[in-house]
Design a protein around this ligand. Structure first.
Ligand SMILES: Cc1ncc(COP(=O)(O)O)c(C=O)c1O
Length: 948
């Protein structure tokens, strides 16, 4: 018999690694759905009128090829020693943190801890972060991260306006703030009618402003005690904000000691690489009386059903997804993973270690400055922590070039000064190299060089006195702590996370590898252009691919999250209207089913939100839309729609919605959160949309990191390109929305690798299978839990909403009970109560296999049987497995007086016998936590109890 060579391709990434179901499994699933083939299912689901004609056509690469290619491109970035500073500093990431957190899927594949019972590990790490920030800044309440320092400044400005008792509309900005902080605040202030007054803090007139922000230390290094200015602000009922640096605060007087109201900054230099601008965790802390006005998430301490301590997100009511009209900001995805890293950096070093690092940096800065003074240079300011400028006159260019020849980037300040910021990586060798660049070959002295700040500027308060920062620092101990916390959580490395709208797909190892290469993560965002050519190449290639996928003409990589993309996109639209003399357009139509960030972002650019009704079938009510567009007339600025809709359906009328908007002179913003249902099948830009954000942390494989990082680039049609966000470092007509020109650039290799690995056909297949998987779940569950919305031919898109509301009255079972019972089966609950209160939105993604989908369906069907047991009186309404869910080990071993067996309670279908996931706490009491708000690490005895 003739030998037949194998046709199996083990390196086919799309079909072997990324897409879950095998061809045989797909056939079986299609049979359950009742569709003759995958393509037939897609034809029944995605309206022909919006389908793209040309396929995406780039070829796939193997994992090995992609790594080789990215390596080559990475080599075009030049890794230099950066002493540029300006908010971004060299840092040592402890290898144990890199390996056990940043490179560990248990941490990076987790979702935002909305379900606290399965998120106790990351909640504890984030609570450590809050405690660290609170301690260092001397303010009692801190949040669990914001997107970057510049947006944190802007958030603080608007928060100050919310809490200020002053009626003024002006806000004072210290001229010593980092330029990108100033620029982002200016962008934010303009549409809100806030007038920014910039100047020397000594000239501040407190009676004329509702608040003021001071940078401490200043961008050129000045260290000022702002106590008098802050007192004067308070006298005038205005709010005082300090943008500060956690490392400097290891030595310097803290903002709390100056009576500041709010402190913001970046935790980057606590072990998080510069990464060409991000991602990094920004922080915010404030006085207790202002905590309810604070944006972002706050982890708090509460109790579970058994009265045991449990962590959870507190004050959720301030967020857009609960009460959108009361939302304090549009922040949704933040920087959880980076906050976790920074908190572990603090745990790793403890107060003594941090102080030693802080001193080392300061002493090296003093040494460096003294050497330059001895060489005859004038240094300013007189008091500095780590940053100063050197007057160099006409020698600026020569010295900058000599420094580069030594492998060092210094900061060009004006035409006759050079800025230097010393960091954790600055060694005596580097000091000697800098001196050489300035023409001195002196030797670097050891010993104590003296203080660079007056003693009265040193901090008096202690910090990180909580035992968590005082634990034994042996790596074994650290590793076990990180492992213990990770084991408390349920992330994608254990089970499907079927969160609708969140697209928890595979974050493949190969995609993650490049982000820790120094060629990507050790580059300063403001390094000279010729040192970041690898980045430029990657950003262009990825942008081209994303334009091809979306039908847009240009992309901005600046926004750091989806919500930030919405804000940037709306700013772009408004700049376009203004350029056309249509600046009076101020109405934004938003369907009722929109994500809460949509109206929050619209409000941030000064738009008036008009809500459009939903028709009975879940579609946008077209007649209502038309009527509201007509009523808005020449005031219509934009509409914001999501496609496919948040109801999980491809609406047939989407083109009409776009047309109506255009007919009235408005622009269409299409929220790209659901792009996972479109890639390769339809392009937003061809449907009629003008701008979209893309959540790269959904469709394009950037992991969610337990609540961030994210990337929300925006694509626009050609007429809007001119108005995309600019940046002080790279230019552009409009202001920036982020601290760095390309946002969190160092995670872009993930999405880039994904696109290259999959190829055009692989991406398209992924979309089809995402739709198949959702329809399979819908088909299996519909009889037990009605699927709320379907398309014309009875199909759902890439997600589906199941509706358990009918059970509540007869059985008392709520959507919460179902979500918590799923934990017993080893699942993270689907998205709860968005967009329809009381329902569950399930999105399996293409990455899940049939076996995992079946495990989930069996868990859901068994929940339905338990509801039936309540319906027929076998189980009481208030004492059943659903009400007691989730079950803990303590429940299992405690006295058992329940009307169902331990077996039924603890091992429902779907749960594994050997690899059973045990939630560390039972049902968490949210109301208790909000009533008794504690947002810092609880007292030490609690940890002892936990260890017991
Ligand atoms: C439909 C939709 N729009 C916008 C967003 C906001 O995106 P991000 O969390 O990245 O800010 C989300 C987030 O889940 C979403 O589901």
């Amino acid at each position: 018999m003739a030998y037949t060579p194998s046709t199996y391709n083990p390196y086919d990434f799309a079909n072997r690694r990324h897409i879950g179901p095998s061809p045989e499994e797909m056939d079986a699933m299609l049979a359950v759905i009742g569709a003759p083939s995958l393509d037939a299912l897609i034809d029944e689901t995605v309206p022909m009128g919006i389908r793209q004609m040309e396929p995406l056509n780039w070829a796939p690469m193997t994992e090995h090829e992609v790594l080789g290619h990215i390596r080559k491109v990475a080599k075009q970035n030049v890794v230099m020693t950066s002493l540029i500073g300006q908010g971004f500093y060299g840092t040592v990431t402890p290898p144990a943190i890199q390996r056990n957190i940043l490179e560990n899927p248990a941490w990076y594949t987790a979702y935002t801890p909305y379900q606290p019972e399965i998120a106790q590990g990351r909640l504890e790490a984030l609570l450590n972060f809050q405690t660290m920030v609170s301690d260092m800044t001397g303010l009692p309440v801190a949040n669990a991260s914001l997107l970057d320092e510049a947006t944190a400044c802007a958030e603080a400005m608007t928060m100050a306006q919310r809490v200020s008792k002053s009626k003024m509309t002006r806000f004072f900005v210290d001229e010593n703030c980092h330029p990108q902080n100033i620029a982002v605040m200016q962008t934010r202030a303009a549409p809100l009618g806030i007038e920014i007054v910039m100047g020397d803090p000594r000239d501040l007139d407190p009676a004329k402003v509702f608040g003021a922000i001071f940078q401490y230390p200043g961008t050129y290094g000045v260290v000022t005690d702002f106590t008098p200015q802050i007192a004067a602000l308070h006298e005038a009922k205005a709010v005082a904000i300090m943008a500060t640096d956690l490392m400097a605060l290891t030595l310097l007087k803290d903002p709390g000691a100056m009576d500041a109201d709010i402190a913001v900054g970046s935790a980057q230099r606590f072990g998080v690489p510069m990464g060409f601008g991000g991602p990094h965790a920004a922080f915010m802390s404030c006085k207790d009386e202002m905590k309810r006005a604070m944006p972002g998430r706050i982890v708090g301490v509460s109790v579970d059903a058994a009265g045991n301590r449990a962590y959870r997100l507190s004050l959720q009511t301030r967020e857009q997804h609960i009460r959108r009209e009361k939302a304090t900001s549009n922040v949704c995805t933040a920087q959880a993973l980076l906050a976790v890293m920074a908190s572990f950096y603090a745990v790793f070093h403890g107060p003594a270690g941090l102080r030693a690092i802080g001193e080392m940096i300061h002493f090296n800065a003093v040494r460096l400055a003294e050497g330059l003074k001895s060489a005859g240079f004038k240094i300013a300011p007189a008091a500095f922590y780590d940053t100063f400028t050197v007057e160099v006159g006409a020698m600026q260019g020569v010295i900058l070039r000599s420094a580069m020849a030594e492998g060092i980037n210094l900061r060009k300040v004006g035409t006759d000064k050079i800025g230097i910021s010393v960091d954790e990586l600055t060694s005596p060798e580097i000091i000697a190299q800098v001196w050489r660049a300035f023409g001195s070959d002196a030797e670097v002295p050891g010993g104590f060089p003296g203080l660079g700040v007056p003693e009265k500027m040193l901090r008096k308060s202690s910090y990180l006195s909580h035992p968590i920062f005082g634990m034994n620092r042996a790596e074994g101990e650290m590793m076990r702590y990180m492992r213990r916390l990770a084991d408390r959580d349920l992330a994608l490395d254990r089970a499907m996370i079927p969160l609708g709208s969140c697209t928890m797909k595979l974050n493949a190892a190969v995609e993650m590898m490049p982000i820790t290469w120094p060629e990507f993560n050790a580059i300063h965002p403001f390094a000279p252009e010729d040192q970041s050519e690898g980045y430029a190449f990657m950003i262009k290639d990825l942008a081209d691919k994303l334009c091809d996928i979306t039908g847009y003409d240009a992309m901005s990589m600046q926004p750091n999250s989806g919500a930030q993309g919405e804000y940037a996109g709306l700013l772009t639209i408004m700049a376009y209207h203004r350029a056309n003399g249509q600046g009076g357009r101020n109405i934004c139509l938003i369907p009722m089913s929109a994500h809460g960030t949509n109206p929050a972002s619209a409000q941030m650019v000064g738009l008036k939100v008009v809500v459009v009704n939903t028709a009975a079938n879940g579609d946008i009510d077209l007649e209502d839309f038309r009527a509201k567009a007509e009523a808005a007339g020449d005031k219509l600025a934009a509409c914001m729609i999501t496609y496919p809709s948040t109801h999980g359906v491809f609406e047939e009328t989407v083109k009409e919605v776009c047309q109506i908007t255009h007919d009235h002179g408005g622009q269409v913003y299409l929220d790209g959160a659901n792009l996972n249902a479109l890639v390769g099948l339809a392009k937003p830009g061809d449907i009629g949309s003008d701008v979209s954000h893309l959540n790269l942390h959904k469709t394009f494989c950037i992991p969610h990191g337990g609540g961030g990082p994210g990337m929300g680039p925006i694509g626009v049609k050609a007429h809007l390109e001119r108005f995309l966000p600019g940046h002080p470092e790279t230019g552009g007509e409009t202001g920036p929305v982020s601290a760095a020109p390309y946002g969190s650039a160092s995670i872009l290799p993930i999405s880039w690798a994904y696109c290259m690995l999959m190829g055009g056909a692989g991406l398209t297949q992924a979309t089809k299978v995402a739709i198949l998987n959702a329809n399979y779940i819908a088909a299996r569950l519909d009889a037990a839990f009605p699927v709320l919305y379907k398309g014309k031919q009875g199909r759902v898109a890439h997600e589906c909403i199941v509706d358990p509301r009918g059970f509540e009255k007869p059985t008392g079972v709520t959507v919460d009970d179902i979500a918590k019972r799923l934990v017993d089966s080893g699942f993270h609950a689907p998205t709860m109560s968005f967009p329809v209160p009381g329902t569950l939105m399930i999105e399996p993604t293409e990455s899940e296999t049939k076996a995992e989908l079946d495990r989930f369906c069996e868990a859901m069907l068994s929940i339905r049987s338990e509801i039936a047991q309540i319906e027929n009186g076998e189980l009481p309404q208030d004492n059943n497995p659903l009400k007691h869910a989730p079950h803990t080990v303590n429940d299992l071993v405690a006295e058992w007086d329940r009307p169902y067996s331990r077996e039924q309670g603890c091992f429902p279908p779907g749960s594994f016998r050997v690899d059973k996931y045990w939630p560390p706490v039972g049902r968490v009491d949210n109301a208790y936590g909000d009533r008794n708000l504690i947002c810092l690490c609880p007292p030490p005895e609690h940890y002892i109890e936990a260890a017991d």
